[in-house]
Design a protein around this ligand. Sequence first.
Ligand code: 5CA
Length: 437
Amino acid sequence: MRLSRYFMPTLKETPAEARIVSHRLMMRAGMIRQASAGIYSWLPLGFRVLKKIEQIVREEQDAAGAQELLMPTIQSADLWRESGRYEEYGEEMLRIKDRHGRDMLYGPTNEELVTDIFRAHVKSYRDLPQLLYHIQWKFRDEVRPRFGVMRGREFLMKDSYSFDFDFAGARRSYNKMFVAYLRTFARMGLKAIPMLAESGPIGGDMSHEFVILAPTGETEVHCHRDLLDFDVLGSEIDYDGDLERVVGRWTDLYAATDKKHDPASCPVPPDQLVEALGIEVGHIFYFGTKYSKSMDAVVAGPNSEPVPVEMGSYGIGVSRLVGAIIEASHDEAGIIWPESVAPFKVGLINLKAGEAACDRASDEAYAKLNDARVEVLYDDREARAGAKFADMDLIGLPWQLIVGPRGLAAGVVELKERASGERQELSIDSALARLTG
Ligand code: 5CA
């Protein structure tokens, strides 16, 4: 993509309403635009990141054996009356009437809708377990939408739902999602720690929040410091095997959100206890038969007896993650994208656009990177070098390939790694080999 044609409205000034760094940087980098309170348009650069995150989430869900479907954003109130949550959910639910006067709502979550799908089609214990998910926009009329996409009113969520015959099965499904979540967040360069949590309006009695520590987080957490050093991606996972050991490694050490924390019974000695703020990027719930009983989602057991299915639900804040990753990875100059979610891998800077040798070398590098399917944003604008460097640092692409007249005369270009700031002079061929290899 050529920057001269790319729709990336960067801002020089920091918008006054943006109170945390991720919101400021997303606005300044031209990633989002507020449409109304807590509701955002995703501009091309931001949308690319959102899609990358969504894809990692999808791959890890698929690897764990979950199946993707897509449910609508608008739901009928009748289903929510069956579960009793239509009244219970309160003001956070956006209620709508259609032209026939029927009560509808913009879904804040999907337990009722997915239970309705399940009960219509699954009749026997032989068809269990089932693990279904979708990645869809949600609406919650938050009292105080704030911090940009971190607490929006409209936001993108991945929500999965498990259906099992008994508690042992439900526990296996819960463990699958637990492990898939560890891997999902690790692939985005995040250290997300599972913490014992309150279930809130979803219900149930077993729940973990996945929290990344950040001073701008809204969740207070208490955990054993060793959890911060656990490695996640090192070992292969067999989702059909026994996951208790993997999960146990995490849950054996103390970690709890504020609502579940009791200083009096906390087993961690003070010098090993981390007490900090964090961002909740995922939340998993086991709630047994809460919805299957109220909504009559039963299957026939081995002796044809009707058995309400055991359920759990598992959410990831896909759009929140964009902000959370920036909170975890930035410096004074701007964003530092982990390569796995970066909108482009390489920013190619032509320091002297309009000068024949620079144009030729830059155009050629651009073509070669494109041919090698390396995602590259090519700054071909006629602008000051300082402005180009500042923009490139601001948008945080992992690599900058800098082509300038002085270097070219000596047969070299510069390759800068955004995260470390390290710069290296090398021939254009070796630079390209590095980026395409
Ligand atoms: N049905 C369950 C699991 S699918 C559920 O709704 N869980 S939740 O309420 O915890 O939401 C799941 C995730 O969505 C949260 O962990 C959080 O990362 C994200 N999320 C929740 N509210 C917002 C919001 N207002 N803005 C952005 N992300 C949000």
